[in-house]
Design a protein around this ligand. Structure first.
Ligand code: C2E
Ligand code: MG
Ligand code: MG
Ligand code: MG
Length: 281
């Protein structure tokens, strides 16, 4: 649980991070150190086409803590958002992902997805900074997808729509992440320059035998099909879920069934094996 007390310092108490220390840690300082000492790392998880080929990969940040091992983004991103440190973190993530894309492309992975935080959308220089990074790495249209959670869209929809259009004009694709888990609805899709939709993992779970999940997901798939938005199912873990989704017209899939998020080097090896399987077929 993170707590804000006095000033701007954020203290953190977590069974995960400071277990055994017995006192509250100023996580802000730890994050600062992590940035300075390059303790952040990107893992990559493949995104598959409905034909079982690799279409791209999502970059997922990990914090390799010197004594605690890998710390999950769920444990530090919310704090970094409160302290504003999410801004330098996000800049690092986009740069690193654009850098790694050059290597991913050599292994047949032609695009990369990056998670953006809502906090970024409130910075004056958000679009210009993004543009500078895309230029620095010579990114072509369609090579980078920005993922935003639907909660970003609920307030200030008009302003956010304009910012998203500016990102699209830079050649970025825009995906709504965790769709269905929050407050947005399909109604928003008409108002927003979004070209992909990632259906939340909770609706994919046992979709082949859970009629509630099947109804929601099929509703989303059929409505979206007519407006030219691509669909990605998140958290696909079972062959049966994959088969059901393919049969019902979902375009892309991501989940442990195909691969867990992996360090870049491991993902490249995975991609190489994947390609040799395909060549054998
Ligand atoms: P997300 O963007 O929705 O990412 C998907 C999460 O689901 C990842 O968790 C991934 O490891 C997990 N996942 C993928 N396939 C499966 C599956 O088959 N089963 C299950 N149970 N889980 C699966 P992760 O890496 O812990 O990331 C959690 C969240 O942290 C992300 O959710 C995203 O919202 C945020 N995040 C990660 N990296 C970044 C980043 O660089 N910047 C920002 N702003 N947020 C990030
Ligand atoms: Mg995501
Ligand atoms: Mg997601
Ligand atoms: Mg998520």
């Amino acid at each position: 649980e993170a707590k804000k007390r006095g000033g701007n310092s954020v203290y953190w108490y977590s069974a995960n991070l400071d277990e055994g220390l017995g006192y509250k840690v100023a996580l802000r300082t730890k994050i600062q150190e992590a940035l300075a000492h390059e303790q952040f790392e990107l893992f990559y998880q493949p995104i598959m086409t409905d034909k079982g080929k690799v279409a791209g990969a999502e970059a997922l940040i990990r914090w390799q803590h010197p004594t605690k091992g890998y710390v999950s983004p769920a444990d530090f991103i919310p704090v970094a958002e409160r302290t504003g440190q999410i801004i330098p973190i996000s800049e690092w993530v986009l740069k690193q992902a654009c850098h790694d894309l050059q290597q991913l492309k050599r292994y047949g992975i032609k695009s990369v997805s990056v998670n953006f935080s809502p906090i970024q959308f409130y910075r004056e220089d958000f679009v210009s900074k993004t543009k500078a990074i895309l230029e620095q790495f010579d990114i072509k249209p369609g090579e980078v997808t920005v993922e935003i959670t639907e909660n970003v869209l609920v307030n200030d929809t008009q302003r956010i729509a304009e910012l998203l259009q500016q990102l699209r004009d830079l050649g970025l694709d825009v995906a709504i992440d965790d769709f269905g888990s929050g407050f947005a609805s399909l109604r928003y899709l008409n108002m927003l320059p979004v070209n992909k939709l990632k259906i939340d993992r909770s609706f994919i779970e046992n979709i082949h035998e859970n009629s509630h999940n099947a109804a929601i997901t099929c509703g989303i798939l059929s409505m979206v099909a007519s407006i030219g938005i691509e669909t990605v199912a998140e958290g696909v873990e079972k062959e049966e879920e994959c088969a059901y989704l393919t049969e019902h017209g979902c375009h892309f899939m991501q989940g442990f069934l195909f691969s867990k998020p992996k360090p870049l080097g491991e993902l490249l090896k995975w991609a190489e094996r994947q390609q040799s399987f395909e060549n054998e077929r």
